[in-house]
Write a protein that binds this ligand. Structure first.
Ligand SMILES: *Cc1c(COP(=O)(O)O)cnc(C)c1O
Length: 407
């Protein structure tokens, strides 16, 4: 990251490291901008506005001649710390934080398109993203085409005509379908499209879409970035030109702003994200293997299992199998519900990426909004469950699943 983002105040003369630090060091120190008190932790600037020393200073600030903060809908020092820190971890030039994952997703595409433009997306995705692409944008004259995410020929056909933006979610929620980011980015760039990756399921730790050729990454920071079930938040990361020409004007004037308090919580969460996510991945791998060995389970979907249809691709573009497992029961929705109700540690909830292990029945909750046909296309059957694996001791989680399966 750029050295100007290394806050060493109030010791301005201390030189920044003259080597490239590891992202984990950035996760603890990136974006830090200490006030005159020299506090250890990041300061919390819970303010909506800012004052000026003179009318002239206000004028100059508004004409962009100084980097004075203006208004927290535009920018705020605490939000800036979070944005700089996440950008450093991601390896992105710039980051804009938003109030939720959905506002990040919507803004990332809406800032690019006009009536008459075309968007291509992988079909398996989070249901609100599906609603944005198939109901909201078409209302404004944007054409959207959905493609089976792991079908190379379908991508080649869809990306043979001019396209403004490509949106891919990989792995997908809830059935962990993998899209080849490098392949799709290559095809997309030939027809002038900007590639946006919903990297929520992989988290900033397991997958680096920008290194694989994508242009923009978006997050629901509600998931692994907070990872402790406290706040809603989102983020969009990309090049200086994408952010400044397209995203910033859209966000500033439509106002999906993150609160400074939530930004402060998230900044602290980034310090431990790598340890949390890697432990969750270890736990998830062990649980996926356990589920695969059980006769009550018809099939298990986890990118870290050799049985995953795109295991090789997942291994190539992700540094771990992820923290979420999709699995289908032998039997009906009733059997799946009975299993959920018998769990003693794992909670029934629709969130994911949390330190607490959470189980979801997508067909009746998170993906309920989708028609039965679209659910079937995505493989969301009545006996399919999604398990988000948390940070509890793994043997306790396996015991919990075991007792619920046998009860
Ligand atoms: C949760 C989620 C979102 C939306 O994020 P919110 O913070 O709930 O608005 C978008 N994409 C994926 C893949 C998600 O899991």
């Amino acid at each position: 990251m750029s050295k100007e983002n290394w806050g060493y105040q109030p010791r301005p003369n201390r030189p920044a490291p003259d080597w490239d630090v590891h992202p984990q060091t950035d996760a603890v120190r990136g974006g830090l901008s200490r006030s005159g008190f020299g506090e250890t932790a990041e300061a919390l600037y819970l303010t909506s506005g800012f004052t000026y020393g003179s009318a002239d200073e206000a004028l100059e600030s508004f004409t962009d001649e100084t980097d004075h903060f203006l208004y927290s809908r535009f920018h705020n020092p605490t939000i800036a710390t979070f944005e700089k820190r996440l950008a450093a971890i991601e390896g992105a030039e710039y980051c804009i934080a938003t109030g939720s994952g959905m506002s990040a997703m919507f803004a990332s595409i809406a800032c690019l398109v006009s009536a008459g433009d075309r968007v291509v997306a992988s079909a398996a995705m989070f249901s609100s993203c599906h609603v944005v692409l198939t109901e909201i944008l078409p209302k404004w004259g944007v054409t959207v085409e959905l493609v089976k995410g792991n079908d190379k020929a379908a991508w080649q056909a869809a990306l043979s005509s001019p396209t403004k933006a490509v949106f891919i979610e990989t792995p997908s929620n809830p059935l962990l379908e993998i899209v080849d980011i490098a392949l799709v980015s290559d095809l997309a760039h030939k027809v002038g499209a900007t590639v946006v990756v919903d990297n929520v399921m992989a988290s900033p730790i397991l997958q680096k879409p920008l290194e694989l050729g994508a242009d923009v990454v978006m997050y629901s920071a509600t998931k692994h970035i907070d990872g402790q079930g406290r706040v809603l938040a989102g983020a969009v990361l990309g090049s200086f030109s994408y952010i400044h020409e397209h995203l910033t004007p859209f966000i500033r004037h439509t106002g999906p702003t993150l609160s400074p308090f939530n930004a402060w919580l998230l900044t602290k969460s980034l310090e431990t994200m790598e340890m949390r996510v890697n432990r969750m991945v270890e736990n998830a791998q062990a649980i996926a293997e356990f589920l695969e060995s059980r006769k009550e389970i018809k099939s298990v979907r986890f990118p870290g299992l050799k049985s995953h249809p795109d295991y090789a691709l997942a291994k190539k573009q992700m540094s771990g199998g992820g923290t979420t497992i999709g699995f289908e029961f032998k039997g009906s929705q009733k059997d799946a519900f009975k299993f959920m109700d018998a769990l003693r540690i794992i909670d029934i909830s629709n969130n994911l990426g949390d330190s607490k292990s959470l189980i979801t029945h997508p067909a009746s909750t998170t993906h309920r909004r989708l028609s039965p046909e679209v659910q079937a296309e995505m493989g969301i059957k009545p006996a399919v469950l999604r398990l988000s694996v948390g940070l509890e001791f793994v043997d306790d989680l396996i015991k919990d699943i075991d007792q619920a399966l046998t009860s």
